[in-house]
Design a protein around this ligand. Structure first.
Ligand SMILES: *Cc1c(COP(=O)(O)O)cnc(C)c1O
Length: 391
């Protein structure tokens, strides 16, 4: 069945809910048992709020089928899902490899929280292909991947890395948020565990926080057990909203792709833009791998501006945009823009573009309006000012 049909059918339990199409939003902690015997043997489909409900189960089972995994657990945020995935494969004394282009809060989790528990992280160049031999230690247990990289969009050679890891019994976890399972099949490309910040495209409306972690058979029991030990669950309303978002995910992603490509092409032609970092364009590091492995692109990408503009000019550009909002996250219906600078924290690679860098999320507004908003902003950026200002 095609993706639209699958997204329409997945996770539905209408027969158990009087024929209603959507699984109701079950709120609840206690589940009552009928007899002492049932209670003592946990003999019930649902036993307690933290152990699952029909709402949670609908979303989990839909995601498991969509990703082709053995199982899925849900977390209250994308970062929570990253933490859950890592805690399921790591133990005290282990060594972990993480790409230098990783989502910054993931970096902080590894070098802060995990370090406190005796787990050592080495950050690696996301573009080193499968050449990880020299980075491996006897205690390396997990390789983390994120492709494309946050903000800078480097595409990793996922099949080579997962093949390298599986030969050595090392587990692989990928943060697949940008592509979603629709544009990149993480488990088919060898990843043991895949994380999705459902906050982004699955939600699609900037109104919920959610994380999903799917695992292949060999990584599933540990993931399930870790999740049970912590009982870190999203609320039932958020699960219902995610199920609602899932039904239109393919349509919204297709629009994100079309509009993202149109805006990227337009930006590339503006004289203030020096480099386009969009996986579907040859100027993006790893573009050939994107072409080989991905089924498309979503609507988030970056540009590096020509050098020479001042921070004041940049502020003038960004402060007065009328459609683009400035704020974190993405995947919603609205367009966003943020400046970023990786110089302070990168350790394995050098990030040193000469101009300012901007990340854009293209929403569902009319592209012509978006172009006019950005063009007016770029005019403010490049307007001639005092000699001191334009130094
Ligand atoms: C946003 C994001 C997360 C975290 O999701 P939250 O729900 O905001 O915690 C994790 N990874 C990537 C790549 C993201 O873009």
């Amino acid at each position: 069945m095609g993706i639209g049909t699958r997204l329409s059918k997945l996770g539905r339990m209408s027969d158990e809910h009087f024929g209603f199409i959507n699984t109701p939003t079950y709120r609840g902690s206690t589940v009552l048992f009928k007899t002492l015997d049932d209670l003592e043997h946990g003999r019930a489909r649902y036993t307690y709020g933290t152990a699952g409900s029909p709402t949670v189960e609908s979303l989990e089972s839909a995601w498991t089928s969509l990703t082709g995994a053995a199982g899925t657990v849900l977390c209250p945020s994308g970062l929570g899902a990253v933490a859950m995935a890592l805690l399921s494969t790591l133990k005290q004394g282990d060594h972990l490899l993480v790409p230098d282009s990783v989502y910054v809060p993931t970096r902080a989790l590894c070098s802060g929280f995990l370090a406190r528990f005796g787990i050592e992280t080495t950050f690696y160049d996301p573009l080193l292909g499968g050449d990880l031999e020299r980075l491996i230690k006897a205690n390396t247990s997990t390789i983390f991947l994120e492709s494309p990289g946050s903000q800078t969009f480097e595409i990793q050679d996922v099949p080579r890395i997962t093949e390298f890891a599986s030969r050595r019994g090392i587990k692989t976890i990928i943060d697949n948020t940008w592509a979603t399972p629709l544009l990149f099949c993480a488990h088919e490309h060898g990843c043991d565990v895949a994380v999705e910040a459902g906050t982004k495209y699955l939600s699609g409306h900037s109104d919920l926080l959610l994380g999903l972690v799917s695992a292949r058979a060999q990584a599933w029991p540990a993931l399930k057990k870790t999740h049970q030990s912590m009982a870190m669950l999203p609320g039932p309303e958020d699960c219902s909203l995610a199920l609602r978002g899932m039904r239109t995910l393919h349509i919204r992603l297709k629009e994100a792709q079309t509009r993202g490509l149109e805006m990227a092409r337009w930006l590339q032609a503006q004289p203030e833009v020096a480099t386009l970092l969009h996986p579907a364009f040859p100027s993006c590091p790893g573009h050939a791998l994107w072409k080989r492995d991905f089924k498309g692109s979503s609507g988030v990408f970056s540009v590096i501006l020509r050098p020479g503009f001042t921070r004041e000019r940049l502020a003038d550009m960004l402060d007065h945009l009328s459609i683009f909002g400035m704020g974190y996250s993405w995947g919603g219906f609205e367009s966003l823009i943020i400046p970023f600078d990786c110089r302070e924290y990168r350790t394995a690679t050098r990030w040193n573009p000469e101009g300012f860098a901007l990340r854009l999320q293209i929403g569902l507004e009319e592209p012509d309006d978006l172009k006019a908003d950005l063009r007016a902003g770029l005019d403010r950026l490049s307007a001639p000012g005092s000699a001191a200002e334009d130094r």
